[in-house]
Design a protein around this ligand. Structure first.
Ligand SMILES: *Cc1c(COP(=O)(O)O)cnc(C)c1O
Length: 394
């Protein structure tokens, strides 16, 4: 069959993995008295906290809402300064602007594609001289590879900023045997969007070891409202009383979503193992092509949300655009992660310009995400490889 044939099945870059158990879990909630704010949410939160070795996990409607709440819980507001990685999804930066804060970026380490520790250190030294240090740093575990959190924590202690780890790609990943978010970040945010490691269709989680921060998150995800008499600010006289104590939002997850999340979380080690096997097989299949393959870490377990190669322009004249189009023509869902946030029109209008973060921009000019999802077959990986081989070594 010729790849141009419309009958060639479309191979997506990512795809959820839904089991019969997942379906049964969701259906049982639909038959129960609670569609929202029932028993599934605390059960999912408890299981997630245990898997990630944290005391508190707060489920939210999506990771973008989680990032917004995390900023608010740390007191981010007008006059605050937040730094994040330019190589991320827009939400990692937008969350600071929701709070009226200023945003800036720290360039990436071209090897890990995460925020660079040397770049961070240099930028902090300069910021200290200019007396404009960040209040909050949002490092992003790109593709599921944990950031250098130990080094980042040491810098946070020196310079006095707080840390929100954006682990949207990294549910269940670990560093030196410790789950992401369990040791160095003040707050860690996870995404359960359909393409992520485990899904609730839309959903997110914020984890922390700090009980006071967890309480803030719970208050803010539900309108700033509490029914906890012990926490009331006014004398309570009547049994129906609830108090609004802050300006919160409706950022709650539903019980239907939590049931799906709980069921998916029970399989997370299997899902990780499948992704890891696929990544290893890609490494072997693509080894002889003029591509830079994803980084490997001796100390971290990557969640393999993405498998990103870079076209090595020193070894081939073929451009990323050509390879991308060849894959799409073969009905293979190649993708690009990410257009550096600061080059978006919205951020240019706020004073950023191409050239500001050259490592992120250079990486972006060559990056290509290949299909990767737990149910992907070796035949499908061969199909991707054949297309790349044909295009890069005609
Ligand atoms: C997916 C993603 C988000 C946003 O997640 P949602 O749950 O879709 O709101 C934030 N940051 C990163 C790095 C992501 O990949």
């Amino acid at each position: 069959m010729h790849p141009d044939d419309a009958a060639t099945p479309w191979l997506p870059y990512s795809c959820q993995t839904i089991s019969e158990e997942d379906i049964a879990a969701v259906v049982s909630v639909l038959r129960s008295p609670y569609l929202t704010q029932g028993p599934q949410i605390p059960a999912f939160e408890a299981a997630f906290a245990e898997r990630h070795a944290v005391r508190h996990a707060v489920a939210v409607s999506n990771a973008t809402a989680g990032l917004h709440l995390a900023c608010l819980a740390l007191g981010v507001g007008p006059g605050s300064l937040v730094w994040t990685s330019p190589n991320s999804f827009l939400a990692s930066a937008n969350c600071a602007l929701y709070c009226g804060a200023d945003i800036d970026f720290v360039d990436i380490d071209p090897h890990t594609r995460n925020m660079g520790v040397d770049a961070l250190r240099a930028k902090l030294e300069q910021a200290a001289r200019q007396r404009r240090l960040p209040d909050v740093l949002i490092p992003v575990d790109f593709a599921g590879l944990p950031c250098a959190m130990q080094e980042i924590r040491a810098l946070a202690d020196t310079y006095g900023f707080r840390i929100i780890e954006d682990a949207s790609h990294a549910t269940g990943a670990s560093d030196q045997g410790h789950p992401v978010g369990s040791r160095h970040a003040d707050l860690t945010v996870f995404s359960f969007h359909a393409v992520k490691i485990v899904t609730t269709a839309e959903g997110g989680m914020v984890t922390t070891q700090d009980a006071a921060l967890a309480e803030q998150l719970r208050l803010l995800r539900a309108h700033g409202m509490t029914r906890d008499v012990a926490a009331f600010q006014l004398p309570c006289t009547d049994p129906w009383v609830y108090e609004q104590q802050a300006l919160g939002f409706n950022y709650r997850m539903t019980d239907v979503q939590a049931a799906l999340g709980l069921s998916q979380l029970a399989r997370i080690d299997v899902l990780h193992a499948l992704r890891q096997t696929l990544a290893g097989r890609y490494d072997a299949l693509l080894a002889s092509l003029p591509l830079r393959l994803p980084p490997r870490s001796a100390q971290a377990v990557c969640a393999w949300h993405l498998y990103v190669v870079e076209i090595d322009e020193t070894r081939t004249p073929v451009t990323r655009a050509t390879v991308f189009q060849a894959l799409r023509d073969a009905r293979i869902g190649a993708n690009v992660h990410y257009i550096p946030i600061h080059t978006q029109p919205f951020y240019r209008a706020r004073g950023f310009a191409p050239g500001d973060f050259p490592a992120a921009e250079h990486y972006y000019s060559r990056a290509l995400s290949l299909p990767l999802f737990p149910a992907m077959t070796s035949a499908q990986q061969q199909r991707v490889t054949d297309c790349l081989q044909h295009t890069l070594r005609p």
